[in-house]
Design a protein around this ligand. Structure first.
Ligand SMILES: *Cc1c(COP(=O)(O)O)cnc(C)c1O
Length: 416
């Protein structure tokens, strides 16, 4: 008998022999409840979006209240309070004078918007520039523009022919960046960087001095700096923004994942006044002619407004920062390499040196951890945690103990 193939086309998944890990029927706090009665700790905050915990009552209330008031309305010709309030509230906490906020749908579109904004702003003011610059190991999303500024790899190989031309610089090499910008800086439209941590690229951390050096080199050359805070924003690294670690104010900043606390998709690209002002003019041709059907969705905006209030009331950034002290107390078992953490991010490598994303050890690790009640999704051989803030220190220590035990359980010598 041939097995019916699933109608749901799951992301990043070869479906030929696919079985889901389970069926979620309820999600509350840090826990996912499955149809067979199991409950599993959401160790990666459902792909890094869930900031506080699932089903936060205040966010759920903001969602239902706004849905009852009015749902999607066009933002091209009208304004509405949720978009206006969110713009003001977010601008008030973004670094420096990032105060002009453009709405889109997710992290990839926030990055697309930043690339197009940077490109058009330079076209309008300094049209000789033509280079986009990014870093080895980066990930900025899966749409074609966003994947072009990301590292080439097995996930993107089919699309090499679609890539925009991009110059890649080595990660965490301030001298290489300075040298490149001394030679080519006057040709650079923009450089895009994940502040402090390349998350999807394997939780690769760099010191604040690297981010500061990149920002300095770009500024001196008149190139725009795009900070992709989609993963690290909203306190994930123990500071509200990754840029805060180096006191950097980028020209453009992208947010999405934590923006609504994990309830609804929403992306925002924030711009400094010089970028915004480049688009002003007497006719429409200099305007930013870009938009999405659901631009500024009122329900998502209302949830994002409440998210910022909840973050303040519950001291979310402090909570995420405090996870580091629990991580620091972990004793790695033999066979675990490069243990690292920053705020709520914790990671280690199962294999040294890193043999790449398709190493199957991560999948074995996932299956074993799930049997203990912990959901993780290793990036190849890189195991990491990025839990919601609601997780308790005891739950964190329990999760770390599972990581410890599973690392021993699945060590290559046992399974060879
Ligand atoms: C997840 C991610 C994106 C893409 O966001 P989507 O919402 O998945 O489109 C972009 N940049 C970074 C740094 C990310 O982690």
């Amino acid at each position: 008998m041939t097995r019916a193939l699933p109608a749901v086309w799951h992301p990043f998944t070869q479906l030929q022999a696919f079985e889901p890990l389970g069926e979620v029927v309820r999600a509350e706090g840090a826990w996912l409840h499955l149809s067979d009665g199991r409950r599993v700790l959401d160790g990666i905050a459902s792909w890094w979006v869930n900031l506080h915990g699932h089903a936060h009552p205040r966010l759920v209330a903001a969602l239902t209240n706004q849905a009852a008031a009015f749902d999607q309305v066009i933002l091209a010709d009208f304004t509405h309070a949720p978009a206006a309030q969110l713009s003001a509230a977010l601008a008030a906490v973004l670094p420096g004078d990032l105060q002009h906020l453009f709405f889109s749908d997710d992290g990839s579109t926030a990055v697309e918007v930043a690339i197009k904004m940077a490109w058009q702003a330079q076209r309008l003011t300094d049209p000789g520039r033509h280079r986009l610059v990014a870093f080895d190991g980066s990930y900025h999303g899966d749409t074609v523009g966003a994947l072009s500024v990301g590292e080439k790899g097995p996930y993107t190989g089919h699309f090499d022919g679609l890539r925009l031309p991009v110059d890649f610089l080595p990660w965490d090499d301030a001298d290489a960046a300075a040298t490149f910008f001394r030679t080519h800086g006057h040709e650079v439209v923009a450089v895009i960087v994940e502040p402090m941590v390349q998350c999807a690229g394997g939780m690769r951390m760099a010191p604040p001095s690297f981010l500061a050096a990149v920002a300095q080199a770009a500024k001196a050359a008149g190139a725009l700096l795009i900070a992709d805070e989609v993963a690290v924003g909203f306190g994930r690294t123990g500071r509200l923004w990754g840029c805060d670690h180096a006191d950097v104010v980028p020209d453009l900043l992208c947010v999405s994942k934590g923006l609504t606390g994990g309830l609804l998709p929403l992306g925002i690209t924030a711009a400094r006044p010089p970028v915004y002002e480049a688009f002003l003019g007497a006719d429409k041709r200099s305007a930013f002619l870009h938009g999405h059907s659901y631009t500024g969705n009122p329900i998502a905006c209302a949830v994002a407004v409440e998210n910022l209030v909840v973050m303040r009331d519950e001291r979310t950034v402090e909570r995420l920062a405090a996870m580091a002290s629990v991580y620091a107390a972990w004793t790695p078992p033999p066979g675990v390499h490069h243990v690292r953490w920053l705020g709520s991010l914790f990671a280690f490598d199962l294999v040294d040196p890193d043999p790449g994303y398709h190493n199957p050890i991560g999948r074995r690790f996932q299956a074993a951890a799930l049997r203990h009640g912990l959901y993780v999704r290793p990036l190849g051989p890189v195991v990491y945690l990025m839990p919601p803030a609601v997780v308790t220190d005891d739950e964190l220590r329990w999760a770390l103990q599972i990581l410890h035990d599973v690392a021993i359980e699945i060590a290559p010598s046992r399974t060879a």
